[in-house]
Design a protein around this ligand. Structure first.
Ligand code: GLV
Ligand code: MN
Ligand code: MN
Length: 414
């Protein structure tokens, strides 16, 4: 069979997506596999079993990144694809998972057709992409590209307490392979868009040319608990009120800034968290993102000014801790063009676009030419069990991945 005629087996891909979704399944069709929990471990076991069934050479590195390697004919650096299988607490069944399982499907198609590429092909499964249990997000791929020392990453603390290195040991994924040993010639990640652009435009394939900067911080506000009935309003140092004021401020700021600025307070914890006690302490997270680094810095500065005023006006102390800070990323123009060309050849409507979400590809872009393929998320819903992508779109994305990887893996000049 001619290489350009190769296509993925949609039923096989969907069956695997279904099987993985059953591990850590939650109501509504999604999954909860927070990084390095037992369910994440069981999900990894399943992926490793599939890799072995396919005859891939499996390795796990010291930060728990998992790789399945399919040999090539030439002694050249590999082409890598992949993503993550950890989820947020209320995760869907496609975020990250599609990129990993489509990568395995590509290799299966090549096996079935008896095709060997010049370069080896690798599917990577990166640790703690979500950042929902350990900060920062994209931690496994960040360490992989040398952006964070291994020891520091292993010392990261989960939101529920344990140390990352201990959790890796516990679930059996503290691997022996040195981190970053496989140096890819190129990296291509297939992912659901997780936003509304492709769905609204009726376009099947996004060729992702850039990705917005991410600023995460945790604020701790210390006030004073007191009686809710007896304390006059002017005498309060209410950490709960201050936390809500921050949430209101960042939303108003983002709307006023426009220009793609987004802002989210996704987690607020109050202490003692009781109906008749003014909160003594609040911890909350702030997620700011923008494709323009200057604007993102401006948003951070305005927030800092607001926090100083709030602390003074309310008589509270506000401390902040950076959880993640990544500048916007521009993907490799040649890989983006290649994705567009392949999509065009497959007669798929396509457009260039920006990624609103963070992805492992943004880290791999530090060490090799990288880009991403997006497929539509119905109604732009993600980080929600209702996350959905039409089967035809999943297959279309996987076919674009297949052809792009084959081209790259047969190209000596990547
Ligand atoms: C990862 O899902 C992110 O928060 O962008
Ligand atoms: Mn993802
Ligand atoms: Mn996600």
């Amino acid at each position: 069979m001619n290489l350009p005629d190769l296509r993925v087996d949609g039923r096989r891909l969907l069956a695997r997506i279904d099987a993985l979704a059953r591990i850590g399944a939650i109501d509504g069709g999604g999954s909860c596999r927070l990084a390095l929990t037992d369910d994440d471990g069981r999900g990894r076991d399943q992926v490793v079993a599939w890799m072995r069934e396919q005859g891939l050479v499996v390795s796990v590195d010291a930060i728990g990144n998992l790789f399945g390697v399919r040999g090539g004919t030439d002694d050249l650096p590999p082409v890598m694809t992949g993503s993550h299988i950890d989820t947020v607490r209320t995760g869907g069944r496609y975020d990250g998972i599609l990129g990993v399982l489509a990568g395995l499907e590509v290799m299966q198609v090549l096996d079935d057709a008896g095709v060997r590429t010049r370069r080896p092909l690798v599917v990577g499964v990166f640790t703690n992409e979500e950042g929902a249990r350990f900060a920062p997000d994209m931690l496994g791929s960040l360490v992989y590209v040398g952006g964070m020392p291994l020891a520091q990453a292993l010392d990261a603390r989960a939101i529920d307490g344990p140390r990352l290195g201990d959790e890796l040991q516990r679930i059996g994924y503290a691997g022996a392979a040195p981190v970053g040993a496989l140096r890819p010639a190129a990296f291509v990640e297939l992912h659901i868009e997780q936003g509304p652009v492709l769905d609204l435009d009726g376009v099947t394939i996004g060729a992702v040319e850039d990705l917005q900067g991410i600023s995460w911080q945790e604020l701790t506000i210390t006030g004073q608990s007191n009686h809710a009935g007896t304390t006059p309003m002017r005498m309060r140092h209410d950490a709960g009120y201050a936390a809500c004021a921050v949430a209101t401020f960042v939303r108003r700021m983002a709307r006023e800034m426009g220009a793609g600025q987004v802002a989210t307070v996704g987690n607020i914890q109050l202490h003692p968290n009781l109906i008749n006690v003014i909160a003594a302490r609040a911890t909350l997270t702030v997620d700011l993102r923008n494709t323009d680094e200057t604007l993102l810095k401006r948003a951070e500065a305005w927030l800092a000014e607001f926090l100083a005023t709030l602390a003074r006006d309310e008589g509270v102390e506000i401390g902040s801790r950076v959880l993640a800070r990544f500048e916007p990323v521009v993907f490799d123009a040649a890989v983006v063009r290649r994705i567009e060309t392949v999509a065009g050849r497959l007669d798929l409507r396509h457009r260039r676009m920006t990624s609103g979400a963070g992805h492992d590809a943004q880290m791999l872009a530090r060490i090799c030419p990288a880009a991403m393929i997006f497929v539509p998320s119905v109604k732009g819903i993600s980080h929600n069990p209702a996350e959905h992508t039409q089967p035809d779109d999943l297959c279309a994305g996987a076919n674009v991945l297949l052809q792009t990887l084959v081209e790259l893996a047969n190209d000596k000049e990547v």
